[in-house]
Design a protein around this ligand. Structure first.
Ligand code: GDP
Ligand code: MG
Length: 195
């Protein structure tokens, strides 16, 4: 636990995030693993007592950094609640359950609609293909195809991203939140993009 946390915490510190008002939105269909991920990132350095403040919303404060998770898909109230949040969002983490192929089209619809929101234009999108510990999980290739993300930013970030004209930098990383696999590389990518 503390290994991931210490790593995450040091990334936040190195980004100057800890003392900065920044917001990272965790979005995705219900059951994707957002609450589990935020719980994983929480320890006593986080101020909020429990991440879950509402069945479809989680919130976590780390210093002045706000992490917020919302369920998408069929939850119009949740959408209304996160609507006002988009103006100052620094990054979006979009979590997908890779074992739930039936809902890939629904996940794609939600992702596409996020990518078309003006306020989110130019903001980095990290797509996490979660639950790869399960034998039924899709491959990265299959997920990218299902989400229409065959042409992504690239995992090797050579320089910080600062040109919003060409659209959102978006990349897919496969992970297992419960096994604590994969998301370290993913957040590393995000932190390099943001730095
Ligand atoms: N096998 C597996 N199950 C996971 C993983 N992450 C989350 N889950 C399970 O998926 C279910 C939904 O997780 P939750 O965090 O509540 O999803 P949310 O609706 O996006 O907040 C729970 O039963 C979790 O235990 C993972 O990496 N692997
Ligand atoms: Mg949840």
């Amino acid at each position: 636990m503390s290994f991931v946390w210490d790593w995450f915490y040091s990334v936040l510190l190195s980004l100057g995030f800890y003392h900065k008002d920044a917001k990272i939105l965790f979005l995705g269909l219900d059951n994707a693993g957002k609450t589990t991920l935020l719980r994983m990132l929480k320890d006593d350095r986080a101020v909020s007592p429990e991440p879950t403040i509402h069945p479809n919303i989680d919130e976590l404060y780390v210093g002045r950094l706000k992490l917020r998770a919302f369920d998408l898909g069929g939850h119009e109230t949740a959408r209304r609640l996160w609507g006002d949040y988009t103006t100052t969002v620094d990054a979006v983490v979009f979590v997908v359950d890779t074992t739930d192929r039936q809902r890939f089209p629904e996940a794609k619809r939600e992702l596409d609609s996020l990518l078309s929101i003006d306020e989110l234009r130019g903001i980095p999108f990290l797509v996490l293909g979660n639950k790869i510990d399960m034998p039924t999980a899709s491959s990265e290739e299959e997920l990218k195809f299902a989400l229409g993300l065959m042409d992504t930013y690239g995992k090797d970030v050579k320089e910080p991203y600062n040109d919003c004209q060409v659209g959102c930098p978006i990349e897919v990383f496969m992970c297992s939140v419960v096994r604590r696999m994969g998301y370290k590389d993913a957040f590393q990518w995000l932190s390099q993009i943001l730095s």
